[in-house]
Design a binder for this molecule. Structure first.
Ligand code: TGC
Ligand code: FAD
Length: 391
């Protein structure tokens, strides 16, 4: 595969610190050398190439932004660049890291007891344990507040019943962060693999995110000890605060997927000839490349600003929604256009663009669909809730 040339039309590199560039370049090189040679086969056959987990741990990226122990404590921009580079490889790779860091380690770090943190954070950071985040249910996706999974107090502990669906890493997870109602209030529980009554069958048959594990979580009278409860998370704000972290990561990540598609199709246009000329010499072809570069550049700048605001503690959930919504729509449009510009080769897995395009359909849907983020922003702008029941 040709050396990746990352578009940086507005010299954003100059706005990065030396450390941010170093982190970005390290992960970029790792993806090119170690991950890209594995991903096409994994995607075709439908598995996550788990042999990379120790290498991800070695890179320090699993929860590497959290202020804990000897973690590298990447700033928000450095961590965002990590996710951008990982998703240049595949959305499934970025998903693995996002779930582990933002949706499993973050809630344990933010809501857990010291014992829960000591038990799980070092193991998850080192890749010795894998986690998953169970919020979505078969009948409650965009409206997680309606969840039916229930925990009931039982002596010192709890009994959990219910089901989750579309859970990244569920089948392979050693620990599941599960959101359930206890006395009518949403609470978070740590459910360990192998707990009697808990199963996590894999969901097969996906056209998207094929190099990622997606699972159901089924709880049938699962007895949990008292220390399974995350004490400091109460209400829907608990999981939504985790989603703020992960959604910001997606905004960065999908720009990497778009950059990969742009780079691939730009090269293709320079070498593929029709009507006696390179495709890149036709005005229509050039116009599409220009639109792609313009949208990628705008998303890069937005992400940089989001990262800086985050590090100042000033990024708001609506800003995160706008960044996630914009970046996913942009990346999907870039991937679809690039797929078209590759002609028939665009459907062959020798080229990466269609894999990214198929992945991005999921990324546009998960962590709040495009339309849910529209409604979040609409409520922010107008003060009127347009989600469900009339105000
Ligand atoms: P609403 O009344 O708006 O809020 C309920 C409570 O939550 C608070 N809150 C937030 N807190 C922190 N961050 C946010 N972004 C927050 N948004 C709201 C809010 O203040 C309130 O607190 P309190 O104390 O007053 O109770 O709740 P709602 O029921 O109207 O729903 C709002 C809505 C629709 C925006 C929300 O439900 C939503 O975001 N839905 C989308 C669901 C979603 O994103 N699911 C993602 C599942 S995980 C996943 O997809 C992982 S994929 C991972 C991968 O592979 O990479
Ligand atoms: P629905 O909520 O049924 O929505 C269907 C359509 O209706 C969408 O277009 C939506 O925008 C629209 N819609 C819904 N409500 C409204 C409204 N009020 N107004 C207008 N339009 C509306 N979840 C987890 O908890 N953990 C995970 O790790 C996880 N990983 C995932 C991995 C993959 C590969 C996928 C595909 C999903 C994953 N999800 C996960 C689930 C994901 O978060 C949900 O799919 C998403 O939140 C949407 O829910 P839904 O699929 O039930 O769609």
């Amino acid at each position: 595969m040709a050396q990746f040339e990352a578009p940086d039309f507005f010299e954003i590199d100059l706005l990065l610190s030396e450390e941010e560039r170093l982190v970005r370049d390290t992960v970029r090189a790792w993806v090119g050398e170690r991950y890209l040679p594995l991903v096409e086969r994994a995607y075709r056959e439908g598995y996550f190439p788990a042999q990379v987990i120790p290498e991800l741990a070695e890179l320090g990226v699993l929860g590497g932004n959290l202020d804990y122990g000897d973690f590298p404590r990447f700033g928000s921009v450095a961590y965002g660049l990590v996710l951008q580079e990982l998703e240049r490889g595949d959305s499934g790779l970025r998903s693995f890291v996002s779930v582990q860091g933002s949706l499993v380690m973050y809630p344990i770090w933010r809501y857990g007891t010291p014992a829960q943190k000591d038990r799980w954070l070092p193991a998850l950071h080192a890749g010795r344990a894998v986690g998953c985040f169970g919020l979505t249910e078969p009948d409650h996706g965009s409206d997680p507040g309606g969840m039916q999974t229930r925990a009931v107090k039982d002596g010192e502990g709890y009994v959990l019943n219910g089901a989750k669906m579309w859970i990244t890493n569920g089948t392979v997870a050693d620990v599941a962060v599960v959101w359930a109602k206890l006395d009518g209030e949403i609470r978070g529980f740590l459910v360990e693999k192998g707990t009697p009554g808990f199963s996590a069958p894999e969901q097969r048959g996906k056209h998207s995110l094929r190099a990622s594990v997606t699972s159901e979580l089924i709880f049938q009278d699962v007895r949990l000890p008292a220390d399974a409860l995350l004490p400091d998370a109460r209400g829907l704000g608990g999981p939504l605060a985790c989603l703020n972290q992960a959604r910001a990561g997606i905004a960065w990540g999908v720009v990497g997927a778009a950059m990969a598609c742009y780079d691939e199709v730009r090269r293709y246009g320079l070498t593929r000839r029709q009507f006696g000329r390179p495709l890149a010499s036709f005005q229509l072809y050039q116009a599409k490349l220009v639109d792609m570069l313009a949208e990628i550049t705008k998303a890069q700048l937005l992400n940089l600003r989001l990262g800086r605001l985050k590090d100042e503690g000033r990024a708001t959930p609506p800003q995160v929604s706008l960044a996630k919504r914009n970046a996913c729509a942009m990346a999907l449009e870039v991937a679809r256009t690039a797929r078209d510009m590759l002609g028939a080769n665009g459907v062959a897995d020798e080229y990466q663009t269609m894999r990214h395009m198929c992945n991005l359909e999921s990324v546009k849907t998960y962590e709040g669909t495009h339309d849910i983020h529209t409604l979040i922003l609409g409520r922010h702008i107008t003060g009127i809730d347009a989600f469900g029941a009339a105000p």
